[in-house]
Design a protein around this ligand. Structure first.
Ligand SMILES: Nc1ncnc2c1ncn2[C@@H]1O[C@H](COP(=O)(O)OP(=O)(O)OP(=O)(O)O)[C@@H](O)[C@H]1O
Length: 296
């Protein structure tokens, strides 16, 4: 296996194992994607979407012992919201962090397999450039200790943006559905905003560097129901222009905001498909048990 397919991302020891090709893993992977035919049908009825992120045989380890992702193969469709669901510890955050190489900031980790974005293997690209094109919103809002305006414009300035800054700030705040609430206090501290407003500010900040993918790791876990509702509305508005992947513990949220749902269990992809199908006609017993609340 070419070394390009294997990345020892946080350790001084190079991985020397090839991505798993054992038949059990392959069989399980094949078994884990029974929805392919269903997805093709759904895609046909919705209009064919291009693949934005293509993941193949992705494995990820923390240290030597925790095999957090096991032979994950999946596609994320462009201009759709894809939800990653599954019980605590199943690998949702690990998987989403593989989509912008955030995992390699964690020491002593190993990644094998491929993640292609727009057809390019991101593990063969400049990680800074990768992260620039793939914005991330985290569990807790994390604005900079600066003004609202500077929070939005900062990344764009660092990337050498030379256009009209006021226009960019306004556009991004409008896209994040925050403009009307902050237009009169742009030069006040971002810390004066509520948690929900701060989270939408983090979206505006991510949008200012013109990503085409937005990754969100439990973005509403620190928000109250009203702020969560506004945030979900924002996600729905953004899907026409961006590809969005969202990790969520809430099955109600997944069913409200996502077009596609991926169910993970113990590091494996069990089932993925159109959200409506995964929630109402799951093809795997384990998925059904999870979405009906029998475990997790
Ligand atoms: N930094 C780390 N170091 C060591 N092990 C880790 C680390 N982060 C996650 N893990 C382990 O990897 C596995 C997957 O964790 P991950 O956080 O991706 O799951 P998750 O589905 O996002 O969980 P949760 O829903 O609780 O946030 C778990 O066994 C977890 O303990």
């Amino acid at each position: 296996m070419a070394s390009a397919d294997s990345s020892n991302v946080g350790s001084s020891t190079q991985a020397n194992t090839a991505p798993s090709t054992n038949s059990t893993a392959d069989a399980q992977q094949a078994d884990a994607t029974p929805t392919a035919a269903g997805r093709a049908g759904d895609a046909a009825s919705e209009g064919e979407a291009e693949t934005k992120i293509a993941v193949s045989n992705l494995n990820f380890w923390y240290g030597d012992d925790t095999h957090a992702l096991q032979d994950i193969t999946m596609d994320v469709k462009a201009n759709r919201v894809t939800a990653l669901i599954g019980p605590s510890g199943c690998g949702k955050s690990t998987l989403i962090r593989c989509f912008n190489r955030m995992n390699e900031l964690i020491p002593n980790t190993t990644l094998e397999g491929r993640v292609h974005v727009n057809g390019q293997n991101i593990y063969q690209a400049d990680p800074v450039a990768v992260r620039r094109h793939i914005g991330m919103v985290f569990q807790k809002p994390n604005p900079f200790p600066k003004t609202i305006y500077k929070n939005v414009i900062w990344g764009a300035r660092i990337n050498g943006y030379t256009g009209d800054e006021d226009a960019l700030v306004e556009r991004c705040l409008r896209q994040a559905a925050l403009w009307d609430e902050v237009k009169d206090s742009l030069h006040g501290s971002a810390y004066n905003l509520s948690g929900g407003q701060q989270q939408r500010l983090c979206i505006a900040r991510a949008l200012a560097v013109e990503p085409d993918i937005l990754l969100m790791d439990e973005p509403t876990s620190a928000l109250d129901p009203v702020a969560t509702g506004k945030f979900e509305d924002t996600i729905s508005e953004l899907r026409s222009e961006y590809t969005i992947v969202v990790v969520t513990h809430s099955m109600q949220q997944a069913s409200r905001v996502s077009d596609e749902t991926v169910f993970l269990y113990m590091g494996r992809l069990i089932e993925m498909g159109a959200t409506e199908q995964v929630f109402t006609r799951p093809q795997k017993e384990r998925t059904e048990a999870y979405v009906t609340g029998r475990f997790g």
